[in-house]
Design a protein around this ligand. Sequence first.
Ligand SMILES: O=P(O)(O)O[C@@H]1[C@@H](OP(=O)(O)O)[C@H](OP(=O)(O)O)[C@H](O)[C@H](OP(=O)(O)O)[C@H]1OP(=O)(O)O
Ligand SMILES: Nc1ncnc2c1ncn2[C@@H]1O[C@H](COP(=O)(O)OP(=O)(O)OP(=O)(O)O)[C@@H](O)[C@H]1O
Length: 451
Amino acid sequence: MSDLTPEDDLTPEDWQYIAEGGLHVVFGFRGSDSHPFRGCVLRVPKKHPRVARAKRHLVGLSRALLTPRYSYDSKVVRLPIPFVSALFARAETHRPAHRLQEGEPGVLSLGHDDYIEATQEEDLATSSLPRDAESVQIISLEIKPKCGLVDVENLPTRFVMKEKANPDPRFAQRSAYNPADFHSLDASRFQRALMAIMDVPRNNFRYFNERRKGQQSSEHQASIPGEKRQFLLDVLTPIFAGEGETPPLVGDLLVGLLAAQSWGAGQQKTAEDVYASMTEEDRQKVDPGDSEEAAAIYDQAVLSFFNASQTDLPGLLTVVSPSDVLPHADNGWNTLQYRHHQAGQAIVRTPTSSSAAVEWVARYLMARTFMDVSLMVNLAVTPESDESLRDALTSRRYQRVPYQSGDIEVWYRVMVTDVDLKPAWKISRWRQDLDDILAAYHRDRDGEDVA
Ligand SMILES: O=P(O)(O)O[C@@H]1[C@@H](OP(=O)(O)O)[C@H](OP(=O)(O)O)[C@H](O)[C@H](OP(=O)(O)O)[C@H]1OP(=O)(O)O
Ligand SMILES: Nc1ncnc2c1ncn2[C@@H]1O[C@H](COP(=O)(O)OP(=O)(O)OP(=O)(O)O)[C@@H](O)[C@H]1O
């Protein structure tokens, strides 16, 4: 449901540009403490107002895939166009050059409505602090891990191939990051991945300015201050990779991400074939339109794959075992990738059940979504906590990190953002992208062999 935002509450000067991706610009509220928008961001679409529609699916998607621990509050709001224009005008000096080159946000000239649908979300870049916690320091990070599985047997991940042979012309520096290291559940490989994205952050890593109570800044920094690198390696390793026999604190999330990505990595050709076998009516069902039916299809697509019931939905992927999602040594694919691949091949060979095809493509699109999510990480660094601070932190879903240094305690929480569904029309674009990446990678490799 959309909420019409009272215009009195909307003052462009209260909002500060935080960051943007390909489709949205995010503005953080910097007005008075007593204002209803305190602690919120507006996530405003640039190109077309699909946010509200995608949001509806997000509910189904995150119910199916993530436990509530990794999801946060968000609702659809309608913003008057003059207000959005003023936000973009104020943001101009903060926006990266390559984004400004894309031209004026198309959403401003759609002309069929006098408002734009955006989402109002909890601000995960500054993370609201307990009111009584003067001494708590919050560090906010964003990690965009990309896909940790290989697309083509015996070749590196898509990110690695692209970076090696077909790097994004927007960026001068090449990245040594390998998403498979980030998702490996192995401490030293994880640290290698973290160092690579701290060295060349691009859109894989953002370090937001630290904030203490009373400070408002959340502008992000291009690179990470030297003295913070070791601290982050020490704190993030137990969270994302575990240490020795101790599993990672968010191991269920990583395994869930890999499980969801398994429905996409290596499945491109099958996706085209299954999609080609579908009727126009069935194709409509998987697109993030307005219907509640589509959300139900996405839920059902997950349940069917695991042969599970509706009551198993919340956090279903968190019961998947690491041995099902970690790639096998021989060729780099995992068990779920094979299973999904085989299910798709069966549909292509004998197109008997249209619902199976719809669900297969829905899973493929979910996988593509989960190849592009961001993880927003908040770290609360505090002198030894008392009971009221512990209660305040846990009520905001922070948990303790087993990190020992002097008197300080570190608490963390991780939220998954950018879970908008990908539209089915992208299936053919991904084919082209993969072909280009593979051709460039082989050219590059052949060139090296010759040299
Ligand atoms: O295709 P990729 O892997 O390059 O991912 C695109 C991202 O590029 P990246 O490689 O992360 O720099 C791209 O990120 P940037 O805009 O480059 O920050 C978008 O996330 C894009 O998704 P959408 O079109 O906004 O839904 C992403 O497109 P999808 O492939 O997820 O549709
Ligand atoms: N709730 C939030 N709180 C604070 N910052 C946020 C929030 N959501 C997003 N951001 C910041 O804004 C950036 C852009 O948002 P988002 O990833 O949703 O845009 P997008 O255009 O959909 O991304 P993509 O290009 O990956 O598709 C994020 O990378 C993150 O830095």
